[in-house]
Design a protein around this ligand. Structure first.
Ligand SMILES: *[C@@H]1O[C@H](CO)[C@@H](O)[C@H](O)[C@H]1NC(C)=O
Ligand SMILES: *[C@@H]1O[C@H](CO)[C@@H](O)[C@H](O)[C@H]1NC(C)=O
Ligand SMILES: *[C@@H]1O[C@H](CO)[C@@H](O)[C@H](O)[C@H]1NC(C)=O
Ligand SMILES: *[C@@H]1O[C@H](CO)[C@@H](O)[C@H](O)[C@H]1NC(C)=O
Ligand SMILES: *[C@@H]1O[C@H](CO)[C@@H](O)[C@H](O)[C@H]1NC(C)=O
Ligand SMILES: *[C@@H]1O[C@H](CO)[C@@H](O)[C@H](O)[C@H]1NC(C)=O
Length: 402
């Protein structure tokens, strides 16, 4: 997606929100709540008008939309979101019918983006794989399945999307969302904060594809500034993508793998992309980045009518739960570790010292143990300044492009 195109309307510089064709009326259908019925949860399908997508011969069959849309609820907590694309008769439109959901992105205009300097928060995205964001699938030590994305009364939503028609005839489809939410969430429900990690950084998410090769794109580094748990990570790749890794300090904490429709390379598209639940914790000073891997030998990328390759993407939308920073007492966890290690060492050294008086053989041992013990204390040093940065819920990227 072109973020220049996306950002202009958000910044109020161009394009009125109602320039979006086909996305005005909202039809809400009540479904059966599945997650917390005992807490009065509601599950709804919201259909956003209908959309006629021109044939493949015109603009490569790509049709964009962007529009303000009402949130499904206000003063509520969303626990499940999933995008859908269907024909008017309710049949699913996807690669097998030549009609794709290329991508959709939902933005909350009542909040600032967590990663980039944008006036709206990117909180949900989907490609044709239609990965559900199910906060109840997350269990962890610090987090809990009692988690959701909160919507306040003063917030409004905006959606941008692109649909793609592979056929030579126009097709009419309905874009819709499934939402499950709690109208009156209990106080023990935690709030998920969406972080958008993108190989395009804060600029355009589109990056060039390469034919018949293996390549990877890496995002800029984001420096974490608070304590939290990563409850859920959803990945987005284009055709040709095999997997996406999310790194915390050079170590992968999540791999989302793309599954293809078939081994039929003439009609081979991404059908599913895994998401990760409970990808560990984050702390101030942690460096986060993602790497998106492509193999266009195994899976050809999309091409335009003129044969040029469509751009590809690598995006991970990570949902974080902020946790309490460590208490600002002198006995922080880091200090405590050093105190214990020092005490254990002192005891050991004292014992060895006594033994040393009696044996030259143990004297050699003393030197070895002493050196190793000292190194161990040194490697635990970084923990000593593990005091929380209480305010920051902001990550900054390496180049300072916010
Ligand atoms: C859907 O549920 C809401 C809340 O229970 C209710 O107010 C509304 O009338 C229902 N709509 C339909 C079409 O049944
Ligand atoms: C539903 O509509 C699509 C598009 O018009 C059509 O191809 C499909 O056959 C229809 N399915 C059913 C079950 O009527
Ligand atoms: C919305 O209301 C919250 C308090 O509920 C406030 O903190 C926030 O600044 C408001 N946002 C806007 C955009 O008015
Ligand atoms: C669409 O039309 C082009 C050019 O006429 C043709 O080569 C192609 O096979 C057609 N595609 C389909 C899906 O019918
Ligand atoms: C591969 O996909 C094409 C286009 O949908 C289809 O015509 C062909 O029969 C498929 N081949 C196999 C082996 O499934
Ligand atoms: C992120 O952290 C690294 C290592 O500490 C530092 O070099 C870099 O300047 C930081 N970036 C920002 C934007 O703060």
């Amino acid at each position: 997606m072109r973020f220049d195109g996306l950002l202009l309307p958000l910044l109020g510089l161009a394009v009125s929100a109602d320039s979006a064709p086909g996305l005005p009326d909202v039809t809400t259908t009540n479904l059966t709540a599945q997650q917390f019925p005992e807490l009065g949860s509601r599950r709804v399908e919201t259909a956003y008008g209908s959309h006629v997508v021109q044939p493949r011969s015109q603009q490569d069959g790509m049709s964009k939309f962007q529009s303000a849309i009402p949130p499904p609820c206000t003063e509520c907590l969303v626990t499940f979101m999933q995008a859908q694309l269907e024909y008017a008769n309710g049949t699913t439109a996807d690669a097998t019918t030549g009609m794709w959901m290329h991508h959709v992105v939902f933005l909350n205009r009542g909040r600032k983006d967590s990663v980039c300097d944008m006036p709206a928060q990117r909180f949900f995205a989907s490609g044709n794989e239609r990965t559900a964001v199910d906060f109840t699938s997350t269990f962890s030590a610090a987090g809990t399945q009692h988690l959701g994305y909160p919507i306040r009364a003063n917030e409004s939503f905006f959606v941008v999307g692109e649909l793609m028609n592979m056929l030579n005839t126009s097709q009419e489809v309905v874009f819709s969302m499934i939402w499950e939410y709690l109208p009156s969430p209990r106080p023990y429900f935690k709030h998920a904060i969406p972080y958008w990690l993108d190989v395009g950084g804060c600029g355009d998410s589109d990056v060039p594809a390469k034919s018949v090769s293996q390549f990877a794109y890496t995002s800029p580094v984001l420096n974490a500034s608070f304590h939290g748990t990563i409850a859920l990570i959803a990945g987005h790749l284009h055709d040709g993508g095999t997997h996406l890794d999310v790194f915390r300090n050079e170590r992968s904490v999540c791999t989302t793998v793309a599954t293809y429709t078939s081994a039929n390379v003439t009609d081979d598209h991404i059908a599913r992309i895994d998401s990760c639940t409970n990808a560990g914790v984050t702390a101030p000073g942690d460096q986060w980045f993602i790497k998106a891997y492509y193999d266009t030998v195994a899976h050809p990328p999309m091409a335009a009518n003129d044969g040029s390759l469509e751009p590809v993407m690598g995006i991970a939308l990570a949902y974080l739960v902020a946790s309490e920073p460590l208490t600002r007492s002198w006995l922080s966890r880091g200090t405590l570790i050093v105190v214990i290690v020092t005490a254990v060492m002192a005891t050991g050294l004292a014992a060895l010292y006594v033994v040393r008086q009696k044996s030259d053989f143990v004297s050699q041992l003393w030197d070895g143990v002493g050196a190793r013990g000292w190194q161990r204390v040194r490697t635990s040093d970084p923990g000593t300044d593990d005091l929380g940065d209480e305010d920051g819920l902001l990550l900054r990227d390496e180049e300072g492009r916010k």
